[in-house]
Design a protein around this ligand. Structure first.
Ligand code: ZN
Length: 299
């Protein structure tokens, strides 16, 4: 009997604490990171990094939904509609049909989505996913996937329909990000150019690129084996009522330690979730001549 009373007391205490948390200090936005399969072995760590980056803003509580390690996972059925934004760190087997439908419906109805680095390699044969991400690479992508999209010397967007494979990168190096739209909430206040830490510079991406706006580019220098083009690096896409933020950056944990990566990711996620950005630019944001990284401490 006594232990029952203790149980009732503890249950009531837990309820009161949950209520208090609800009233005070519960972050207003819910984010879901999807992962579980990726040809980048560092993915469990980069998911933790991205989770920590979102939590650090004080705006997000973050869950992770993980597939089984290989093959189609019939039990992978996250409730996307419970979240303001979904972040993909997933590059693997197709999701079950029901999950694919729920995801498209979620974005179409106004859900936010953030696609990071190799997540744009995923699902080459899923037309809606490719419309949602705008551009993708590898997985047999070619002229049927859509044009190559890049920015010319005058700053104009080029949609190049010539045949060829989609997705490539030269050797990793730190590179300069050129902001093409300094008015967008995600890039507002950023210097016109800033150095990104060592990363793969994705080039020759292809996709439908409908309702896509390029916020920043990087020059894929042939010296490192790149395309010789100004390649899209921060993009926003509108799909139905949904907002999508796409960063092809983030290959390694060292790439994701770049303050430019962190801030564009944090802001991109908030914009995808709400259409606004309330986060100021931090004092340690990189400049055109200096890479700045924050060493990630695992908790
Ligand atoms: Zn990579």
């Amino acid at each position: 009997m006594r232990s029952y009373r203790v149980w009732v007391l503890l249950t009531m205490l837990a309820a009161v604490l949950a209520w208090q948390r609800e009233l005070y200090g519960q972050p207003p936005l819910k984010a879901l990171i999807v992962d579980g399969q990726n040809n980048h072995g560092v993915w469990p760590k980069t998911s933790q990094m991205m989770k920590a980056y979102l939590e650090k803003t004080g705006l997000f509580s973050v869950d992770i939904a993980r597939t089984k390690p290989q093959g189609v996972d019939p039990d992978f059925q996250p409730r996307f509609s419970d979240y303001h934004v979904v972040v993909s760190n997933y590059n693997g087997a197709p999701w079950p049909e029901k999950t694919r439908q729920a995801f498209v419906e979620y974005v179409r109805n106004g859900g936010g989505f953030v696609v990071v680095h190799a997540a744009n390699n995923a699902f080459p044969d899923w037309p809606e996913y490719n419309q949602i991400i705008g551009l993708g690479g590898w997985g047999g992508r070619n002229e049927k996937s859509g044009p190559y999209v890049y920015v010319d010397e005058q700053g104009g967007i080029v949609r190049d329909t010539r045949p060829g494979p989609g997705g490539h990168h030269g050797s990793q190096h730190p590179f300069l990000i050129v902001v093409r739209d300094q008015q967008h909430p995600i890039t507002q206040g950023m210097p016109a150019a800033w150095m990104h830490a060592q990363d793969e510079l994705y080039d020759f991406l292809r996709g439908p690129a409908e309702n896509m706006h390029v916020l920043a580019t990087a020059y894929a220098d042939p010296k490192y084996g790149g395309s010789g083009r100004h390649e899209p690096m921060l993009m926003v896409i509108h799909y139905g009522k949904g907002r999508v933020f796409h960063t092809p950056m983030g290959h390694g944990d060292y790439s994701q330690e770049c303050v430019g990566f962190i801030v564009s990711f944090q802001r991109g996620a908030e914009w995808a979730a709400t259409g606004k950005v309330t986060q100021p630019l931090p004092d340690d944001f990189p400049t055109a001549d200096k890479v700045v990284q924050r060493k990630f401490a695992e908790r």
